[in-house]
Design a protein around this ligand. Structure first.
Ligand SMILES: NC(=O)C1=CN([C@@H]2O[C@H](COP(=O)(O)OP(=O)(O)OC[C@H]3O[C@@H](n4cnc5c(N)ncnc54)[C@H](OP(=O)(O)O)[C@@H]3O)[C@@H](O)[C@H]2O)C=CC1
Ligand SMILES: CC(=O)[C@@H](O)[C@H](O)COP(=O)(O)O
Ligand SMILES: [Mn+2]
Length: 379
């Protein structure tokens, strides 16, 4: 039986992780659940799964939910609560389903305690990939990808030798505005941006998908997860999201992973690895799919992807700034303070004011992250 803790249990990845748990109740014990502000769902989850420890975003929310939870459950809150759930239980695996670099301290704490990480929270690897991977190496901890593209690459690498890898290609749906010209992007709305063509996901990653920031974050995520140079990582537009990504080997062979777009499959694989279990996901019929389309990525149309590659290659604090500026820009767009196109303007402007620092400590990452957020708020 696997003991798991989930940070971000009330979100899209968190709830689908609990779906997987419900499909295979004999395989799991839920040790810890941490949520943000979705009180109703948090109370329901804690009462249903009876973790030993639970956490919610603030003291006020914790006071509000305490009477609604079984007395024996240890309830905490805030960043310390997240750390308690991620690192302070008997869980052997922590699913990082929280959004944003807010997940970094709890992820580092979980790794310090030797817990396997099922990583959905890509922002932690973007903002501090060198620290996360170095600590994981030191502690002998595996970081198993949940992100669909990285799960695909992980599956395609199974049993192979890294020195035989020529390169990998991440597929990109193109997001909500795939076929819009840049001119057409001028007046798009939040509602339009939230309509992803293939995946049902949280708001932030859906907007990231429309700006192509998501693929940029994923390129940097792949660099850290698989130890590849940025020159070995490509991106291809694939509107159907059926080929989840692929690896090219030095003999010219390409190995791809395919399936219908359903996050329960990569979530489950991170938890069942190295085994595979039954899944309720809809089966893929290639005959029904008929044609699959692939197109070259247009870096003029999607400048945030170009910026992400540039930041990844510069390294140090450049990806930290890219990520923090984007988090603020997306929040401001969702809050209807700025237009869609201003997201990329904010990222580019904040980056232009930053001189990247090499090999930053956690303290420097925190300071730079705060600085970038303040600048992005002020523009
Ligand atoms: N959704 C998807 O299909 C995919 C997502 N990912 C990645 O997975 C991560 C999660 O995405 P997704 O599930 O879509 O996001 P959601 O917005 O749906 O969920 C985010 C979760 O994090 C919680 N949360 C947010 N801030 C805090 C905080 N400060 N303290 C505690 N909990 C917090 C939320 O709590 P609450 O709702 O209670 O406020 C919620 O449970 C992201 O990094 C995303 O890029 C990767 C691949 C696919
Ligand atoms: C499901 C998943 O992994 C998302 O991160 C996905 O990648 C979004 O799709 P696009 O970024 O390709 O639009
Ligand atoms: Mn993805």
């Amino acid at each position: 039986m696997k003991k798991i803790a989930i940070i971000g249990s009330t979100g899209s990845i968190g709830t689908q992780t609990l779906d997987v748990v419900q499909q295979h109740p004999e395989q799991f014990f839920v040790e810890g659940l941490a949520a943000g502000a979705n009180v109703d769902l948090f109370v329901q989850q804690v009462n249903q799964f009876r973790p030993k420890k639970a956490s919610i975003a603030t003291k006020e929310l914790a006071d509000q939910v305490r009477p609604l939870l079984p007395a024996e459950i240890e309830l905490s809150y805030g960043e310390e609560g997240l750390i308690e759930v991620a690192a302070g239980t008997e869980a052997d695996t922590v699913v990082t389903a929280i959004v944003g670099s807010a997940g970094l301290p709890a992820t580092l704490a979980a790794i310090s305690e030797g817990k396997t990480i099922a990583l959905a929270n890509k922002e932690t690897l973007v903002t501090a990939g060198h620290l996360v991977t170095a600590l994981a190496k030191e502690k002998g901890v595996s970081i198993l990808p949940v992100d669909s593209e990285h799960s695909a690459i992980f599956q395609c690498l199974n049993g192979e030798h890294m020195e035989d890898v020529a390169g990998i290609t991440l597929t990109a749906s193109g997001g909500s505005f795939r076929d819009y010209s840049r001119e057409q992007l001028t007046n798009v709305t939040v509602e339009d941006a939230l309509k992803h063509p293939n995946w049902s996901m949280g708001a932030k990653v859906t907007i990231d998908s429309a700006t192509m920031v998501n693929k940029g974050l994923e390129v940097i995520e792949a660099h850290w997860l698989f130890g590849l140079e940025f020159e070995q990582i490509g991106v291809l537009l694939h509107p159907e999201s059926i080929v989840h990504s692929f690896v090219e080997y030095r003999d010219g062979s390409i190995i791809a992973q395919l399936g219908t777009p359903d996050m329960r499959v990569p979530i489950q694989y991170a938890l069942s690895y190295p085994h595979r279990w039954n899944s309720a996901a809809q089966r893929l019929s290639l005959a029904e799919a008929g044609k699959l389309q692939f197109r070259e990525m247009d870096f003029e149309r999607f400048p945030c992807l170009r910026l992400a590659f540039e930041c990844g290659k510069i390294g140090g604090t450049a990806p930290t700034v890219f990520n923090a500026a984007n988090e603020v820009a997306v929040a401001r767009f969702l809050n209807r303070e700025i237009s869609f196109l201003k997201i990329e303007y904010l990222i580019e402007t904040v980056l232009s004011r930053h001189e990247a620092l090499a090999d930053p400590s956690l303290e420097v990452i925190r300071d730079v992250d705060l600085w970038a957020r303040a600048v992005a708020e002020s523009l």
